[in-house]
Design a protein around this ligand. Sequence first.
Ligand code: NAD
Ligand code: DAU
Length: 352
Amino acid sequence: MYKRNIIITGGAGFIGSHVVRLFVNKYPEYRIINVDKLTYAGNLENLIDVEKKQNYVFIKADICEFEKIDTIFKEYNVDSIIHLAAESHVDRSIMNPMDFVMTNVVGTVTLLNVALNNWKNNFENKIFYHVSTDEVYGSLEMEGYFYETTPYNPRSPYSASKASSDHFVRAYFHTYNLPIKISNCSNNYGPFQFPEKLIPLMIINIMNNKPLPVYGKGENVRDWLYVEDHAEAIDIIFHYGTIGETYNIGGDNEWKNIDLVKFICRLMDEKLNYPPGSSEKLITFVKDRPGHDLRYAINCSKLKNTLGWKPKTNFKDGLIKTINWYLENAKWVNNVITGEYEKYYQKQYLER
Ligand code: NAD
Ligand code: DAU
């Protein structure tokens, strides 16, 4: 008999795997049901250290499939959802927006409908926690911050789909009283991030002596947060956040892309004993991302003041940990690059 039965969607992805690990290890009294479709971004090798734990279950499923999710709800007596499953890469959303509409909008509404159907006679102790992004607020000039009250102004198909999902989650709270919570976080970095995103791409390209593509002039600004600090914020909001509320999460750590890439180059030169300046020579300015948001900057004082969270990981320390992880996990990196990781589910769950 578990104290809670929690579905974590997208648990095989980057942030989801850190959230699953934290919850499985910290709360043995909770059963964690990782529901993931295993798209290209889902990698069960992210969870090898927890896959045998008693309180962990993995189920391969698409969040757009009502019947399947409904069956999981009933079978596991689900009382909470932490919803991270999404198409998450802005560049892919520009190439193929429809995937983003399906998973991020239709998938989220499907989950809301399943939760409502199963919980509507008793909302007590139930939580639908939707994990979202600061990109819903749009793009800032060089001054100012995103607050929880900032009007939404999404400008990429990715952020438009996430904004839409946030609106639906809030609508289910106001219309049906579904007990929801939302958080909107800035850019994450750390181990297990798929190397299409800026930081792991730069690390792996330096390892392989390949060009470092910087979009436009590299003037765009992002606010970086170590992924374990995000997972901890999710833990705190899940347990202590107020139903119906939104919390911003950020690192108070703004970097221009070009400065960040140069910093990574310096750290990699030191780590690999390359002559100073070697990695920087790989920097290549490429065509800008269409509609490239100039700056994201989060004000997260609500979370700090009301729930006492703050980021623990200093940026240089976090980057060094991340670089070391990619260097020490050549097999993980290689399996991602070759596509071998996609066979893991077959081997681990179907052929035994
Ligand atoms: P990710 O792309 O690494 O992982 C997404 C996961 O969702 C994968 O495991 C994938 O298989 C799964 N998935 C995709 N479509 C699915 C579907 N239809 N059904 C079931 N599973 C599906 O993403 P991430 O970077 O870990 O982001 C996780 C969440 O956090 C997303 O909702 C994203 O919008 C949000 N977020 C990300 C960041 C960031 O910097 N990465 C920052 C703020 C918020
Ligand atoms: O702000 C939170 C968001 O951060 C999340 O919601 C998204 O899921 C996540 O992907 C991330 O979005 P970004 O577009 O900011 O991240 P990305 O790593 O793709 O790019 C970071 C910055 O670096 C951005 O300004 C684009 C730039 N960039 C990116 C890549 C991949 C480059 O200059 N070169 C690159 O090759």
